[in-house]
Structure formats: C-alpha cells, structure tokens
Design a binder for this molecule. Structure first.
Ligand SMILES: Cc1cc2nc3c(=O)[nH]c(=O)nc-3n(C[C@H](O)[C@H](O)[C@H](O)COP(=O)(O)OP(=O)(O)OC[C@H]3O[C@@H](n4cnc5c(N)ncnc54)[C@H](O)[C@@H]3O)c2cc1C
Length: 422
C-alpha cells in the first residue's frame, strides 16, 4: 500500500474509453487517482478511419488526457509505458518511471490487431487501431499517389489499389471512406488515373458483411459500397501479404501496396503476465462486478476484459460504449468499497450499433432489432459520434471538417510532410 497518502490510491492503466470512463467517475469517491497511458492523449478510435482518409485532422480524434482532468483536483495524469503488474505486491512498473503502488487498480489497456499468423501481414499490412496507425496509413496513401504521379509505371503495377481485410464495421467504414477519397478527391487531383487503375477491394472471410446486423442492413451495406465503386468479396481469406501484392487463399493475386487490416483483435499482451486463465482473444475474465477473481481491489474493463452477459456465457462485445459504461461501473464499485458497501453486478445498456458507409449512407440497429438505413441513419450516426467526442472543441473541429468535406469533398489534410533533416 502507498504510504503518505490521506486517501486510498487508485491507479488506472490506460486512457481509452474504459480508463477515462473510470477516472472521470472517481471524482467524488474520496480517492487519489493516477491515470497512466503510453500516450499523452485519449484516442477516439471510432473515427480513426476518417483521419486515415483525410476527413478529420488528428487533433479532432486525439485529445490531451491532461485536459480531461483539469477540474479533477485529486487526479494526476502521467504518460508512461506499463511493463509489469504485480498483483501480490500491489505494484505497477513502467519503462521509464519509478514503480507505483496502489490500493485499487483498474486495468483498461485495450487490445491490438492480430494477424492470425498470416504470412507477411504483421510486416506489410496497415492495422487501424491507434492514431499512429491512422497517420501512418494517411501518409502512405498520399505518398503512394505522389510516387505514381512521378513514375506512372507504378500505376500499371497496381500501386494505387487498396485492399481491406475484414467485413465488420472497421473494414466497411474504411472501404466507404477510401471510396470517397478516391472517387471524389483523387479523381480531381490526378485526372489521368481511371477508376480501374485504383481499385478498392473489401475482403470478408464469412458469407456476408456486417454479420452482427440484420439481413436488410447487410444487403444495403453491400449495395451502398458497390455503388461507390468498392469490389466486395465474401468467403475469401488472405493467405499471404507481400510489399506489392496480396494472395487470397483461392490463389487469386491482387497487386497492391496498401492492405488495411480490420480483421481481428487480441487483448493487450501485458495481461499474460497476470497469471490468470485467459479467455478467447486473451481477454481477462472478470467477476460480475468487473473485479478480478481473488482480487476484489483490481478491476478489468473494456476491450481487455471478458465479461459475460448476465445469465449466459456470451461475452460483451469489444465496443467503446461497453468500455465507457464498464469504466463508470468500476468507479462506482471502488467508491462502494471505500465506503464499506457491497458492490453490484455490471449491467450493460445496449443502445444499438451503427456503421457509416459514406456521405448520406449509414446503418443502425437498436437492441430491439429496429433498423435504420441511408441518410437518416447517417445523420443519427453523426449526432451520436459528435456527442461521444470528448470535448466541445473536438466536436467543433469535427463539425467544421465534416461540413466542409460534405459540401466540397475537399480534404485539406492530404499533404505529406517530410520530417527527415535535409
Ligand atoms: C477503427 C475502429 C472503429 C471503431 N468503431 C467503433 C464504433 O463505431 N462504436 C463503438 O462503440 N466502438 C467502436 N470501436 C471499438 C472501440 O473503439 C473500443 O472498444 C474502445 O476503444 C475500447 O476502449 P478501451 O478503453 O478498452 O481500450 P482503448 O481505447 O484501446 O484504450 C487503451 C489505452 O491503453 C493504452 N495502453 C496500451 N498499452 C499500454 C501500455 N503498455 N502502457 C501504457 N498504456 C498503454 C493505449 O495507449 C490506450 O490509450 C472501434 C474500434 C476501432 C479500432
């Protein structure tokens, strides 16, 4: 236990939806809070594909963590890489800062892309899970088009093609956004390139896109993407990724230097050091109140956790809304323990799922199974995501960027800035 503190010390590991949701809700819990993330910003992952396709600037999707806790007198924010969690000693170690001890610990370290052992995927594919991923992809796309402008033989070699793996929301949204970038912006920037020289291919292993949605939505999504010039291929699996081509399991080869990977997640590798039996995707199983079995002072929330739906062995999905609500619940559980009261089980309030395909095209499905498609769903999607962005400033930036892009198809972020010294 920490000495010299007047109040119990809560360490929150991770400043994503789960970590921020916890720390913000500990304000009146009578505890000192230390939140640590490897970055000094919170990332709004649902809009990363908009950064990657120049629709939003980085500062609309990444927000300074310190800013979020300015009026939280007992909260401290540090950037640091967590390297070890010692549950017995109640201690967390970091790469370049002194270890810290805790009275309560919240593990909200998220997940990362997994490549399922596909040859070459880890080296050559572009995952879309962090702000750095999105910026890297954006620069790569812009630089590839400029390189092809200098050397048109690259176009014949398929350099401008994009392949996207995964027909879930990340893949569908990325494909739709890439189509808008290619068919509305680059078509003006590079008028000599024809659409068949810059293909966008979306690949899904299962029989359909957006498998978690009802069939009318799945059909609409496929149609909306196809109308936007995306080639949708289902029942196909990637076998091998090389710098300039991707080979499907069927043997078909597509020439491309850009494979966006939206296919799978695995929990943060640090959880392997906890010494607990992990669930599918290396997720950490929790008790109903989100604590770790045998450690009532440790809570696990968000993508890193495996929390089952009451009365079933089905786990809650890895979604921002789940992470945010779980963080809030962990904070309330800690407050109850501090006050000497029993904790309660976590109940997720499912408000539905959404995905956007492009301007005026989105899909939404409520918990009860009601569906929305097209412009109405798109407006609803915009309203929900604006409400979720962390601050008024981020919302204003997103509104300006979306509105401007909506009217003009303009994307002013499509420049590549070289940072190497001349
Ligand atoms: C492209 C994309 C689109 C999505 N769209 C939606 C959507 O439309 N709706 C929805 O509800 N959900 C969506 N999600 C899912 C949602 O973003 C995640 O479920 C949510 O971010 C999980 O929150 P978390 O706090 O568990 O993890 P994260 O948000 O990933 O936060 C984990 C934090 O831990 C930090 N961290 C990791 N390792 C270390 C370490 N060793 N040391 C220090 N810090 C570390 C990271 O920097 C990060 O800030 C999307 C996800 C992606 C990738």
């Amino acid at each position: 236990m920490d000495t010299g503190r007047q109040q119990p010390h809560v360490i929150v590991l991770g400043g994503g939806f789960g970590g921020v949701g916890t720390a913000v809700n500990l304000r009146d819990a009578g505890v000192d809070v230390t939140l640590v993330d490897r970055n000094d910003y919170h990332t709004f992952q649902p809009l990363l594909y908009q950064v990657a396709t120049d629709l939003l600037e980085t500062s609309a999707v990444g927000h300074p963590l310190r800013d979020l806790f300015r009026d939280h007198a007992r909260a401290t924010v540090h950037s640091g890489e967590v390297t070890d969690i010692d549950l017995d000693a109640h201690q967390v170690s970091f790469a370049a800062r002194a270890p810290m001890t805790y009275d309560y610990l919240v593990i909200a370290l998220g997940a990362q892309a997994t490549f399922f052992g596909v040859e070459g995927a880890a080296e050559h594919a572009f995952p879309l899970y962090t702000l750095a991923d999105a910026v890297r992809l954006r620069s790569h796309i812009v630089e590839t088009w400029e390189a092809a402008d200098r050397d048109p033989s690259l176009i014949d070699d398929g350099a401008l093609n994009i392949a996207i793996v995964g027909g879930g929301p990340t893949g569908v949204e990325s494909a739709g956004a890439a189509a808008e970038l290619y068919r509305h912006v680059f078509v003006e920037d590079y008028p000599d390139v024809t659409p068949d020289q810059a293909r966008i291919v979306l690949l899904e292993a299962g029989p359909d896109l957006l498998s978690m949605f009802r069939s009318d939505i799945r059909a609409y999504a496929r149609r909306a993407l196809t109308d936007r010039g995306v080639e949708v291929r289902t029942g196909e699996v990637v076998a091998k990724v090389e710098p300039t081509q991707v080979t499907w399991k069927s043997g078909e080869i597509i020439r491309t230097r850009t494979l966006i990977w939206g296919a799978g997640l695995v929990a943060n590798p640090l959880v392997k050091t906890l010494g607990v039996d992990l669930q599918r995707g290396d997720r950490v199983p929790t008790e109903p109140d989100l604590s770790l079995a045998g450690h009532p002072e440790v809570f696990v929330v968000g993508d890193v956790s495996w929390t089952t739906v009451e009365g079933s062995d089905r786990a809650l999905p890895q979604l921002g809304s789940v992470a945010l609500q779980a963080g809030e619940h962990a904070a309330h559980s800690i407050a109850k323990q501090v006050a000497g009261q029993p904790t309660e089980p976590f109940r997720y309030h499912d408000k539905g799922t959404m995905a956007t395909i492009g301007r005026g095209a989105a899909v939404a499905q409520t918990h009860g199974g009601r569906t929305l498609k097209g412009r109405t769903a798109w407006l609803a999607w915009g309203a929900v995501h604006l409400a979720l962005l962390s601050t008024g400033e981020d919302r204003a930036k997103a509104v300006v960027d979306w509105t401007w892009a909506g009217f003009s198809h303009e994307r002013s972020g499509r420049i590549s800035v070289r940072t190497d010294k001349p």
